[in-house]
Write a protein that binds this ligand. Structure first.
Ligand SMILES: [Zn+2]
Length: 241
């Protein structure tokens, strides 16, 4: 009869040491990885020039309602902006107002909150231009927008909640002009089954990574001619369609 040979088990203290060494190696590895990839590091300050990472969206949403922290992100990312003085009253009081001095692929945008500005820069730089190249084989040279600030309730309805536009915390995008002369608009090209439609759907989906709420023609008829992008903090918001 053969007996299975049993390897002697290391003493308990040795096993604890091996476990501690493995843990230490993993922690050091994670630390090096996060230092080299700040976009994945939830504790690293947000820089809009970094690639998108696991922590980007969380860091972006953390800026909502934090105009000081948000402006520090623009400074760090070397995005030039002009701060505007607080103005307005009641539901249309705007403490966080700025204009971006040089937005890529767009003329000067009107005033907006800092979280809208950060979302816009990230969306235009990381998503819109790349998707235009991939799907349309051209570049966006101009973004057509319908406005940011408007002191009103949603849909202009006297009984509705106040719109994020009332504080300039939203922007409406109507379309894009390309360097090859084409113009892609939400009104004309949405759901037309062509490449322009694929591009619009892709940039709408991508906007959900940069904004708290994204509404397109899929949401309702009031958005048949534009994308509504906002950085509202209401838990009822957060729609992406
Ligand atoms: Zn809107």
């Amino acid at each position: 009869m053969t007996r299975k040979r049993k390897w002697p088990r290391p003493p308990t203290d040795d096993r604890k040491l091996v476990f501690a060494l493995i843990l230490l190696t993993l922690l050091l590895g994670a630390r090096v990885f996060l230092a080299e990839n700040p976009q994945h590091n939830p504790w690293a300050p947000l820089d809009l020039r970094d690639e998108r990472g696991w922590a980007t969206q969380t860091k972006l949403s953390g800026l909502r309602g934090d105009s000081q922290g948000c402006r520090a992100v623009l400074d760090r990312s070397e995005i030039a902006f002009s701060a505007l003085p607080a103005t307005g009253e009641g539901q249309c009081r705007r403490d966080d107002r700025l204009t971006l001095d040089a937005v890529p692929f767009a003329p000067r945008f009107p005033e907006m909150t800092c979280p809208v500005a950060t979302g816009l820069v990230l969306w235009l730089e990381k998503d819109v231009q790349a998707l235009a190249q991939d799907i349309l084989g051209s570049s966006v040279e101009r973004v057509e927008q319908l406005g940011t600030y408007s002191c009103r309730r949603m849909y202009g309805d006297a009984d509705a909640a106040w719109s994020e536009h009332a504080t300039g915390n939203a922007i409406d995008i109507a379309g894009f002009r390309l360097t090859d002369g084409r113009t892609v608009t939400v009104l004309e090209d949405w759901d037309n089954g062509r490449d322009e439609d694929r591009f619009l759907t892709a940039v709408r989906d991508a906007a959900c990574d940069s904004f708290g709420t994204v509404l397109s023609p899929d949401y309702n008829a009031a958005h048949a001619d534009h994308f509504h992008l906002d950085q509202g903090r209401s838990p009822a918001m957060g729609a992406c369609r």
